[in-house]
Design a protein around this ligand. Structure first.
Ligand code: ADP
Ligand code: MG
Length: 243
């Protein structure tokens, strides 16, 4: 796929240009996003902050190729994915995107390892399942079913499932929303480590402003519009975050 991520130079890896999204529900129009511009450089950790309903999930879904904008362009490595057909979008989601959700979305009848292997089978050059489980600190829980794991452990499986595909872009939608503070910080540390040591670009969405200081860039959304953008030259170690 001609996404040219390897030859980006200083250009944005992810760029939203005047992106709007309107959901129509019968007579009612919901403006989920209004003229959103966003630039994310390769290797950045971006936190998108905003209250419930501000459009955070919609941004992730558009970047992840799960949804399409009503207007505007979504450029990944310079390629406008809003022009993709179904087959190209499927390939894009499979090869370029790792998605981590608030509610983990694991398959309950498969073990931790099998959940990760299922994702690995989708792609041509997956990472080693055991290695990835080890990297998220789950080496010894691989044979357990989701129901036998704590919330934090289930989220680690979900992160491993996203990572095993070796995606350049990791999208995390409220990844600590269901976790207690201590477990949440550990999950954020895993995500930060993936960003810092593996150079993967991370977009993390949250309503929790305490998380913002771990980011290179904080984008605040309000009522579907960008309220502010703030570069952070000295991101905080997630273990020092408090909420
Ligand atoms: P957030 O993730 O910040 O809570 P969302 O992106 O999920 O916000 O939603 C933004 C707005 O769009 C909300 O008002 C929400 O109700 C609306 N919305 C989101 N998805 C849909 C949908 N599929 N159909 C109709 N309205 C939607
Ligand atoms: Mg949401």
């Amino acid at each position: 796929m001609p996404l040219g991520v390897e030859a980006l130079g200083d250009a944005a890896l992810v760029r939203l240009e005047r992106v709007s999204k309107v959901y129509r529900m019968g007579e009612v129009e919901v403006h989920a996003l209004r003229d959103v511009d966003l630039d994310v450089r390769q290797g950045e950790l971006v936190v998108i902050l905003g209250p419930s309903g501000s459009g955070k999930t919609t941004v992730l879904n558009l970047v992840g190729g799960i949804d399409t904008p009503s207007s505007g362009r979504v450029l990944i490595g310079g390629t406008d994915i809003t022009q993709f057909g179904d087959a190209e979008l499927t390939a894009y989601r499979r090869d370029r995107i790792g998605f981590v959700f608030q509610f983990f979305n694991l398959i309950p009848t498969l073990t931790a390892k099998e959940n990760v292997e299922l994702a690995a089978e989708l792609v041509r050059n997956p990472r080693n399942t055991d290695e990835v489980l080890h990297a998220v600190g789950l080496g010894d829980r691989a044979r357990h079913f989701p129901g036998e794991l704590s919330g934090g452990e289930q989220q680690r499986v979900a992160i491993a499932r996203a990572l095993v595909k070796n995606p350049p872009i990791l999208l995390c939608d409220e990844p600590t929303g269901e976790l207690d503070h201590e477990t949440g910080r550990k999950i954020l540390q895993v995500i930060a480590e993936i960003n810092r040591s593996e150079g993967r670009t991370v977009l993390l969405v949250t309503h929790n402003s305490a998380i913002a200081s771990m980011a290179d860039l904080v984008v605040r959304l309000r009522s579907g519009a960008v309220d502010s953008r703030e570069e952070n030259p000295a991101p905080t170690d997630p273990m020092e975050l408090k909420w």
